[in-house]
Design a protein around this ligand. Structure first.
Ligand code: HEC
Ligand code: HEC
Length: 295
């Protein structure tokens, strides 16, 4: 700082550092000043209009009385109004009737996605594409039947396939023979198949029985899929499924969603949703499917 100004004629404050670094007294540019005033005017108006300043026990509510929760409620109200006619119908109709109504079933496809995501996707995948040891819901290969009523029963009451472990009843050679015949797709004509009692659960044609969820052994679609499918099949034959007497038995439990876990309406919606994932069967297809082949 010095008494006499080393840069006379310049608009500076007289503060100089390092001989030539000095503080100038220029006005800020006009565009900047306009911006500055516009900003604080905006802030004042905004805080007057909307809830803003904290007070001792409350806060300033704003002259418009706006709250985010009120806006949310109004938006939800508008959505409910659009949904109400659909929701009312769904409550009174059966799942089969909902499915038969194109407008309603399209509504369900759009609105039940979240329900499926919250309750089912963890096991069956977000699009019902299945996961290791959890069946695909988006194809037309069904363990327990794929009509709308079958699917609704599955969701409401749960499912738990039961196959006895055979490790103690069959030799390794017999397990090999059976497993190889299954992989080759000709298990029904393998003599051991009937001799060892597989036929009782998987049926004479080895296509499975929807009543007990015994898998179709002829279609190359695997309930317990694995990179080494032969090994997986041998494992299933040896240890069975949900057989409490074998500690290594496969676990396969579709939980019960009825009885209060989900409402009847939610279960109906999910049944329609799953049916519409792509593989749902008509009642006529299903009866036909029991005797003829499903590709
Ligand atoms: C904890 C995992 C789990 C959850 C959650 C779950 N599932 Fe399942 N689901 C299974 C298993 C395991 C099976 C196969 C049961 C068997 O093999 O006996 C199955 C079977 C099914 C089947 C029968 C498939 C067929 O081929 O017949 C349907 C339909 C189904 N689930 C729908 C649903 C829906 C809808 C939800 C949501 C409300 C759901 N699941 C939630 C595990 C689950
Ligand atoms: C008590 C009834 C029962 C008997 C007996 C039985 N199974 Fe099963 N089997 C089932 C059921 C039910 C499933 C499907 C389990 C599930 O997904 O929950 C199954 C599944 C299988 C699978 C898995 C198929 C896949 O897609 O991954 C194979 C392989 C199999 N059985 C072979 C056999 C053979 C071979 C025999 C005879 C030695 C046999 N089963 C006897 C009920 C039975």
């Amino acid at each position: 700082m010095s008494e006499h100004n080393p840069f006379p004629g310049e608009k500076n404050s007289g503060h100089v550092w390092d001989d030539n670094l000095r503080e100038l007294l220029n006005e800020p540019p006009t565009w900047w000043r306009i911006g500055f005033h516009a900003s604080w005017i905006f802030v004042v108006l905004y805080t007057l209009m909307y809830p803003s300043w904290p007070l001792i026990n409350t806060h300033f509510k704003g002259v418009m009385g706006w709250t985010s929760i009120e806006e949310y409620k109004q938006d939800m109200g508008a959505i409910e109004e659009i949904r109400a006619p659909f929701e009312d119908k769904i409550k009174t109709l059966s799942s089969a009737d909902i499915l038969a109504d194109e407008e309603l079933s399209n509504y369900v496809v759009r609105s039940a996605k979240v329900l499926f995501g919250d309750n089912c996707a963890a096991c069956h995948g977000s699009g019902g594409q299945g996961n290791v040891n959890f069946p695909v819901l988006a194809d037309d290969d069904w363990l327990y039947g794929g009509t709308i009523t079958d699917i609704e029963t599955t969701i409401a009451a749960g499912r738990q396939g039961m196959m006895t472990a055979h490790a103690a009843m069959l030799s390794t050679g017999e397990i090999d023979t059976l497993a190889n015949a299954i992989i080759a797709g000709n298990i029904a004509s393998e003599p051991l198949y009937a001799e060892k009692g597989c036929i009782g659960c998987h049926g004479a044609d080895a296509k499975g029985m929807a009543m007990m969820g015994s898998a179709n052994l002829t279609d190359g679609i695997w309930r317990f899929a694995s990179a080494d499918q032969l090994a997986s099949v041998k494992y299933t034959i040896a240890h069975g499924v949900n057989d409490a007497s074998d500690a290594q038995s496969r676990n396969a439990v579709m939980p019960v969603f009825g009885g209060g876990k989900l409402s009847d309406t939610e279960i109906k919606k999910l049944a329609v949703y799953v049916h519409k994932l792509g593989g749902g069967l008509q009642v006529a297809d299903a009866t036909e499917g029991a005797t003829s082949s499903t590709p």
